[in-house]
Design a binder for this molecule. Structure first.
Ligand code: TYM
Length: 374
């Protein structure tokens, strides 16, 4: 990238962060400016997003959502359901509308607490689209051409003559999401790291041109669960676009029996040893162990001890299935309750949008002024 920093150097990222103005800053203690030293964790702001296309799966949960829910206490949290991003590939409008509501209910069911987290829908806050335009004008085409997700998606979808421009400029919109909220931390799975680093580079470039405006965000990637692989092919990541087919993913809406069946069918190898391994031939077993480790929050040693008495991969698969069910079944039940109360969901979404606008709108106004809009 442009060399303005990486996700690893979080200390310098926080220190070089720009000012934060608007109502959120007003809630901070007087003098809590962010230019000289890293803010204590208590004041760090978190932003992350998720697409409302396809059903939430175990990869989304272990790579991102679980950590959003676990870290709400001592941070200021914004979680965004990114419907503008979803239309970068063709969507059925009614399915998108329904999917946005379903995903929101699912996020609450996973433990996102509306008291501690502002959960909102991207299209409800117009500043995102506007900021994306302005930031796009400050983003070199070459930076976007290096995005691996764009390269992979555009190849899969038939190349340059068939895909929309939105798929190319997608990471600029993601940068707008993050930068509008002056986020310090962006908790994501491994696949989004490059996009967060780009957001940081765009912030650095904008700050260089117009003066200190944006905080430089830092990607926060979990140690276990950052890249959950597909059950039917452990060489590719578990992906929302494949969740319609059986056997690829555990969906958070799956029944206990569906979870058992998907795990029973998971691709492994012809060996017997249950151990963590980087060997591509053993990726299936490694993935099952990582899923178990992430869902139970155990160390590698504890995981191996749990399976020391296993008679083979059958026992491993059933052990993983039961651990997954223990977490997913209560989520599914809460989700069903929330889906049965649509007015409550509407109410929570309206509150989320209102709170998000209070932060994003003043920031957008500042950007408008800086670039010279009359
Ligand atoms: P999305 O919707 O593809 O995924 C949501 C989150 O789930 C993580 N994830 C995974 N983690 C581990 N293993 C997997 N197999 C797996 N698949 C997905 C993703 O890393 C992500 O954290 N562009 C983003 C959404 C976005 C966003 C943002 C994120 C839009 N604006 C601003 C952060 C900040 C996306 O498509 O995520």
């Amino acid at each position: 990238m442009s060399g303005s920093g990486s996700a690893a150097d979080c200390e310098s990222a926080a220190r070089s962060g720009a000012r934060r103005e608007g109502p959120a800053a007003a809630r901070r203690e007087p003098g809590a400016r962010r230019t000289e030293e890293a803010p204590p964790a208590a004041r760090r702001r978190v932003f992350s997003g998720i697409q409302p296309s396809g059903v939430l799966h175990l990869g989304n949960y272990l790579g991102a959502v679980k950590h959003w829910a676990a870290r709400q206490d001592d941070r200021e949290n914004f979680i965004c359901v990114v419907d503008l991003h979803a239309i970068t590939v063709r969507q059925d409008p009614e399915a998108l509308r329904a999917g946005t509501r379903e995903l929101t209910a699912m996020l609450f069911a996973c433990g996102i607490d509306p008291e501690r987290t502002t959960l909102f829908v991207q299209s409800h806050v117009r500043a995102h689209a506007e900021a994306a335009w302005i930031l796009g004008c400050a983003t070199p085409i070459g930076w976007l051409e290096r995005m691996t997700q764009f390269k992979a998606k555009s190849e899969r979808r038939g190349g340059r003559e068939r895909i929309g421009v939105g798929l190319f400029t997608y990471p600029v919109l993601q940068a707008a999401d993050i930068l509008l909220y002056d986020a310090d931390e962006v908790p994501v799975g491994e696949d989004q790291k490059q996009h967060v680093e780009l957001a940081r580079d765009i912030a650095g470039r904008f700050n260089h041109i117009y003066g200190e405006t944006f905080v430089l965000p830092e990607a926060v990637i979990p140690t276990a669960g950052a890249r959950v692989m597909a059950l039917d092919d452990p060489t590719v990541k578990m992906s929302k676009s494949e969740t319609a087919g059986r056997g690829h993913a555990v969906r958070l809406t799956d029944t206990d029996d569906e979870i058992r069946r998907s795990l029973k069918r998971a691709v492994t190898d012809s060996g017997r040893e249950i151990e963590f391994s980087d060997d591509p031939a053993r990726a299936g077993v490694n993935n099952l162990l990582l899923i178990y480790q992430a869902i139970t929050d155990r160390s590698e040693g504890q995981v191996l001890a749990d399976f020391a008495g296993a008679r083979g991969y059958g026992d491993l698969k059933m052990g993983v299935a039961e651990a997954v069910i223990e977490v997913v079944a209560p989520i599914r039940r809460r989700y069903e309750e929330l889906m049965a109360a649509p007015e409550e969901l509407d109410r929570l979404l309206a509150i989320g949008a209102e709170r998000a606008r209070k932060v994003a709108e003043p920031k957008a106004a500042e950007i408008r002024r800086l670039v010279g809009f009359a």
